[in-house]
Ligand binder design. Structure first.
Ligand code: FES
Ligand code: FE
Length: 453
């Protein structure tokens, strides 16, 4: 697969040649591959569906997506969280047609079957005269997902084969926990800002996912924001942090076992001073200064990490470099993806700080914000490239820093199997596609991958 001028029919389109760093463009555009992804990747993965702060009280619910599957997430009378397929078992109608609310039961608007918020079928019109009292209600409840709660985040899978959530997450748990704990290191320290931002983009879901796995290379795309001084720090130029102090390194951490990846700042020692990145919002700055020292105290050695963002395979990105958000890509078609965004604020912050953060987040991110528009344009345009017959003569190129990584400080508690390197590289993307290829039944090149890194 190496080299220019490869012939398209020589490629198995399911095969991502991680060892060569080259990827066939058809995986972004072909309907058949998309259908297989829904079955073999989404159908067998743990998927984020929401946050416990969206349903604080018994009876609360909200609707979400587990890949292409619509779900209702409920908190029942026993305080248990259920993730139910939002598809009536009678004839397929969604049983819940509101975004959120509080209800003990859901009555299907088509023929009136009624389901408790635990999923049980409790109401059956014409039960005795129509079904002779013989329809087994136990069998016809809403389909229930396996559910895992992780520091406030809610995850689900409809697969019986998928390993436990903890096993799927593996060493990435450290990173995700660090994100879900919020700025002061409280166990369950975040809450959602009311309302989930949703919009549609005309590109394949993997463009967003791979970008968030660790594309520090695309700096140039967001240059305008830096130039006009709208970046987080209010400073102009690329360096938000004081690079001269050299007290931390920015690391790419990729976990090949699960396909996850994160970007972190790792301080050389615990207890380092707060470095302001909220110059433009003094009241927020003060809150974060406090939170920084509380967190250092609480976490000790592990407080050396500052989590900047990452991806939980396959379709969830979190971003925490001052803006706590989770992005979910909902695949609708090879070239159509819904983007869902949860914005978070620290639970413990005063209302004025929460308000300031909310305004900042909307100005900065989302389809009307300053940064996200750049990427919407990038990915929709890359999609056109993936659909071009002529362009498919050449694969996509993911060879940046392949074979000459700048290996970082070994930190065993980052995870034993983790690939850790420093600076701009495409290791995390290669790891992402390696995992994708494995799940799609492609040839596994684990040894080759390792050699290439
Ligand atoms: Fe729901 Fe018939 S489709 S009751
Ligand atoms: Fe970007």
């Amino acid at each position: 697969l190496k080299g220019q001028g490869m012939k398209r029919d020589s490629i198995d389109p399911r095969l991502v040649a991680a060892g060569s760093g080259l990827i066939d463009r058809s995986i972004f555009a072909d309907q058949e591959i998309f259908e297989q992804e829904m079955r073999d990747v989404y159908g067998k993965s743990w998927l984020f569906v929401g946050h416990t702060s969206q349903i604080p009280d018994k009876g609360d619910y909200f609707v979400s997506q587990a890949g292409r599957d619509a779900v209702v997430v409920t908190r029942d009378a026993d305080d248990r969280i259920n993730v139910l397929l939002n598809v009536c078992t009678h004839r397929g109608m969604p049983v819940c047609r509101y975004d959120k609310g509080n209800a003990k039961r859901f009555t299907c608007p088509y023929h009136g079957w009624t389901f408790a918020n635990t999923g049980d079928l409790t109401g059956l019109p014409l039960s005795s005269e129509g079904y002779g009292g013989k329809l087994d209600r136990k069998q016809w409840g809403l389909i229930k997902a396996r559910v895992a709660i992780f520091h406030g985040s809610i995850w689900a899978t409809f697969s019986d084969e998928a390993p436990s959530f903890d096993d799927s997450l593996g060493d990435m748990a450290l990173m995700l926990r660090e994100f879900m704990q919020g700025p002061d290191g409280e166990d369950d320290g975040l809450e959602t800002i009311e309302g989930i931002l949703k919009y549609e983009i005309h590109s394949n879901w993997k463009f967003g996912a791979e970008n968030n796995a660790g594309d520090l290379y695309h700096d140039v795309s967001h240059n305008s924001v830096q130039r006009v001084g709208l970046a987080l720090s209010g400073l102009r130029g690329r360096h938000v942090w004081d690079a001269d102090k050299q007290t931390f390194k920015i690391l790419n951490v990729a976990y090949p076992a699960g396909g996850h990846a994160a970007r972190v700042s790792l301080y050389d020692k615990a207890g380092r001073d707060y470095q302001s990145q909220w110059a433009m919002l003094p009241e927020v700055d003060e809150y974060f200064r406090d939170a920084h020292y509380k967190r250092q105290e609480r976490l000790g050695e592990q407080g050396r990490i500052l989590n900047r963002g990452g991806i939980v395979f396959p379709n969830i990105a979190y971003n925490s470099a001052g803006r706590w958000q989770i992005t979910m890509w909902v695949p609708r078609a090879p070239n159509r993806t819904e983007v869902w965004k949860w914005y978070f604020v620290p639970k413990s912050a005063p209302q004025a700080v929460k308000d300031a953060l909310r305004h900042y987040l909307l100005r900065y991110g989302g389809p009307t914000g300053m940064v996200e528009q750049d990427d919407i344009e990038n990915w929709a345009s890359a999609q056109i490239g993936a659909e071009s017959e002529a362009a498919r003569r050449l694969p996509m190129n993911y060879t940046l820093h392949m074979g000459h990584a700048q290996w970082a400080w070994p930190e065993p508690w980052l995870g034993e199997g983790a690939y850790v390197d420093e600076g701009v590289s495409e290791h995390a993307q290669r790891v992402f596609y390696q995992r994708w290829a494995e799940m799609m039944g492609g040839v596994v090149h684990a040894r080759e991958l390792e050699a290439s890194l």
